[in-house]
Structures are given as structure tokens and as C-alpha cells.
Design a protein around this ligand. Structure first.
Ligand SMILES: *Cc1c(COP(=O)(O)O)cnc(C)c1O
Length: 225
């Protein structure tokens, strides 16, 4: 793709985000995190050049490599994948802007211990498995609020900002919508939360209409060819 084609395609996505958010209301703001796992540092740099600032990776090693390569750009890095406990040190060394995916109390405690030792804090979201899919991580909707509160109370180095979920993996819009509505309802019960991270390339307009404040877009932002 030429730079002009890339810019036009990016503008079309921004317009879709814009009209979806206006269907919620004028004040509803949605942030785009570019999920850059499919692409290399050059492709990230070209999307940065046309205005995208937040990028997310789902593997700690890729986040490390790409953030080091692009060290001269003030990119806001997010970690959106499942975090294994043995990768905590590596992740914290990168000082990511936001961790989207706390999916167990043990992980939260391990993070908190390490953060405390290093005198650091970390912004994070807690993941909910609102589609009840076995292949997905996250707390069940029923246990979510209690577990979130427990993490918030026992892990002072983790500054919880809200909730993250992956929409139901199906073409049936009603089922996807239901999983987003479940996530949004939980988000509204959280004290002091500001981020509801849901919506990907295939379902971001629906996610926004259901109240998402942060969408994670991969394939639509980095079309092949
Ligand atoms: C890859 C990824 C995305 C983006 O997926 P697309 O369907 O390509 O937009 C969003 N969230 C997570 C957690 C991902 O791993």
C-alpha cells in the first residue's frame, strides 16, 4: 500500500469510530489501540507517522523488541495478551502504559510484589470472560466484581483502571452484543474505573455502541499487501 492509500484507509476507520461514538453521545470518547502483533516495527512507524500513538502487543518478547527498535518515538505501549508469571520482570522493565489482561488473583499478587520491590506502579485492567468461552482467559462475569475488588484492595502498586474483554467468537451479532453488554454492566459497577476495553476489527462499531471506551484494532489497521 502507498502512504496515501494507508492514510485513506485509516481515515475510513476513524470515521466509523467517530460515527459509532456519536451514536452513544457527543461526550463518549473512544481510544484506539493498534494491535500490532501481525506487523514489524516499520509498519508501526508508518502508522505512527499518520497519527496513531497507542500500540499493543500480545507477547512480551515482541513488545520488548519493537519498543526498543522504536525507542525514539513517544509511542504509548499497551500489553494486551495473556501474561505468564515468568515474564513479569521483562514486562515491567518496558514500563508499559497499560496492561489489559490481569486474569487471576495470583498474577495480580505476583505483579504487586515485583512492583513493590522496584518501587513502581502499573496501570492495569482486569479481564472478564463475558462470552463464557473455554479458550479465553479472564474471570467469569459472576465472580468478576469480587475479584476486582480483592485485587484493588490487596495490590496497591497496581492502579486498576477498569475492564477488558474479547467479544464472543461467533458471527451471530446478538451473542456478541450480549457479551459486550455484560462487560459494560460490570464496568459500570466498578469504583473509579475509566476504561472499558472491548472491540476488535470485526466488532468494534458494535462494541462502541455497547459502551466501549477503548478498542483494540489489528487486521483492519494493517491490511495485507
Ligand atoms: C490481536 C488482538 C486484537 C486485534 O485483533 P483484530 O481482530 O486483528 O483486530 C485485539 N485484542 C487482542 C487481545 C489481540 O490479541
Amino acid at each position: 500500500m502507498t502512504i496515501l492509500e494507508q492514510k485513506l484507509s485509516f481515515d475510513r476507520i476513524i470515521e466509523k469510530v467517530e460515527s459509532a461514538r456519536l451514536r452513544v453521545n457527543n461526550h463518549h470518547i473512544v481510544k484506539i489501540v493498534a494491535a500490532s502483533k501481525y506487523v514489524d516495527a516499520d509498519a508501526i512507524a508508518s502508522l505512527y507517522a499518520i497519527g496513531q500513538r497507542a500500540f499493543g502487543e500480545n507477547k512480551v518478547q515482541d513488545l520488548k523488541t519493537k519498543s526498543e527498535t522504536l525507542d525514539d518515538l513517544p509511542i504509548e505501549w499497551h500489553f494486551i495478551g495473556s501474561l505468564q508469571k515468568n515474564k513479569i520482570n521483562q514486562l515491567l522493565a518496558i514500563n508499559p502504559h497499560l496492561l489489559h489482561s490481569i486474569d487471576s488473583v495470583e498474577l495480580a499478587h505476583a505483579l504487586n510484589d515485583r512492583l513493590k520491590r522496584e518501587g513502581k506502579t502499573l496501570r492495569a485492567l482486569v479481564q472478564v470472560n463475558s462470552a463464557y468461552e473455554e479458550s479465553k482467559s479472564g474471570f467469569s462475569p459472576e465472580e468478576f466484581i469480587d475479584q476486582y475488588e480483592q485485587i484493588r484492595e490487596t495490590c496497591p502498586q497496581i492502579h486498576l483502571q477498569g475492564i477488558m474483554s474479547i467479544g464472543a467468537h461467533t458471527d451471530e451479532e446478538n451473542i456478541v452484543k450480549k457479551s459486550f453488554e455484560t462487560t459494560r454492566k460490570l464496568f459500570e459497577q466498578l469504583k473509579g474505573a475509566n476504561t472499558c476495553s472491548m472491540g476488535m476489527s470485526g466488532d468494534f462499531t458494535l462494541a462502541i455502541e455497547c459502551g466501549s471506551t477503548m478498542i483494540r484494532l489489528g487486521s483492519v489497521l494493517f491490511p495485507k499487501g
